[in-house]
Design a protein around this ligand. Structure first.
Ligand SMILES: Nc1ncnc2c1ncn2[C@@H]1O[C@H](COP(=O)(O)OP(=O)(O)OP(=O)(O)O)[C@@H](O)[C@H]1O
Ligand SMILES: [Mg+2]
Length: 297
């Protein structure tokens, strides 16, 4: 039975969040194809590039294998995957070292079967707490707000809610409603405008392009919004389809492009949002042992 009680309703478990030696960022949208996986994977790469000693772990809660295509060092298949980790509660056994020094959890087509097996939205949070992690954990989700995505959002310090158009903005509401139901602050999620095509202009409207239009609608809805946004770029699309059958990061394939600059800004913004929890005196965590603290400082 799905636990419908307010799972983190301001209780002590949620306050303990600031004591964790790691931070969790989820990328979510109830709409497909809005750039979740692109943002999650490239955020991992850019955070790592900006803070070379910061441990980064990325995992995906859908059946696609882009994470493996970007991060795996070989083409082997591994017995421990995200599906076995969620099933057994042992995430550490599945974590592998990948490209750019980023750790990843091999994906699995079986992960969606877990939707029928897991009914507790705190399941992933418990697994993460039981895993000896520091640094940042990035979670890519499927285009839904079902139980696995809920697990990711509830485990997260920050959820990036991707919006590309009106339809995805309407869907974004579902994530803010979920936080509301759990009595969590809406600042726990933040809209990121993704795949914005600024060639879309409006002649007679107050907002002259699609970026302006979406920003004004998001402001009127009162949702937190990243100042950074990501433009639509043909170069980004090409990084996923190439003769090597690898998925290349923006930093690798288009470092000096506009999207490359935007990804860097996004990584800086995300880092700044995660950092105050350890620097503010009122919420600061005790000093983490050398080499184990999550902070890049
Ligand atoms: N900024 C961008 N500019 C152009 N194409 C992009 C951009 N971001 C992502 N894409 C492309 O859009 C497609 C969907 O991106 P992606 O797989 O990241 O979306 P998603 O939200 O994870 O999709 P799904 O819901 O299927 O998991 C991919 O082909 C990707 O290369
Ligand atoms: Mg995806």
């Amino acid at each position: 039975m799905l636990i419908e009680a307010h799972p983190a309703a301001g209780d002590h478990r949620d306050r303990d969040r600031s004591q964790r030696p790691f931070r969790v960022v989820t990328v979510a949208s109830n709409k497909g194809g809005v750039g979740k996986t692109t943002v999650a994977t490239n955020l991992a790469v850019y955070l790592r590039a900006l803070h070379e000693s910061l441990p980064i772990l990325i995992l995906g809660l859908d059946e696609q294998n882009t994470l493996d295509r970007m991060f795996a060092l070989d083409r082997a298949t591994y017995p421990h995957t995200i599906a076995t980790a969620l099933r057994t509660g042992d995430l550490a056994a599945a974590v592998r070292l990948g490209q750019y020094g980023i750790h990843y959890v091999p994906s699995s087509p079986e992960v969606t079967e877990l939707k029928r097996e897991i009914d507790d939205p705190r399941h992933l949070q418990r697994i993460l707490l039981a895993t000896d992690r520091s640094g940042i954990v990035i979670i890519d989700t499927k285009a839904d707000v079902e139980i696995l995505t809920r697990n990711a959002i509830l485990a997260s310090d920050l959820t990036l809610v991707l919006v590309t158009d009106h339809a995805s903005l309407i869907e974004a509401q579902r994530i803010f409603e979920l936080l509301n139901k759990w009595h969590l602050p809406r600042e726990r999620a933040r809209i990121l405008l993704s795949m914005v095509d600024r060639r879309i202009k409006y002649r007679d409207a107050e907002s002259q392009d699609v970026l302006g239009l979406l920003i004004s609608e998001i402001r009127s809805l009162g949702y937190p919004l990243f100042e950074s946004f990501l433009s639509r770029s043909a170069k980004v699309e090409s990084l996923l389809t190439n003769p090597e059958r690898r998925a290349f990061s923006i930093l690798h394939g288009a470092p000096n492009s506009l999207v490359g600059l935007q990804m860097r800004h996004l990584a800086e913004d995300v880092m700044a949002m995660l950092t105050p929890a350890t620097t503010s005196p009122s919420t600061s965590a005790p000093e983490a042992p050398a080499g184990r603290g999550w902070s890049a400082a």
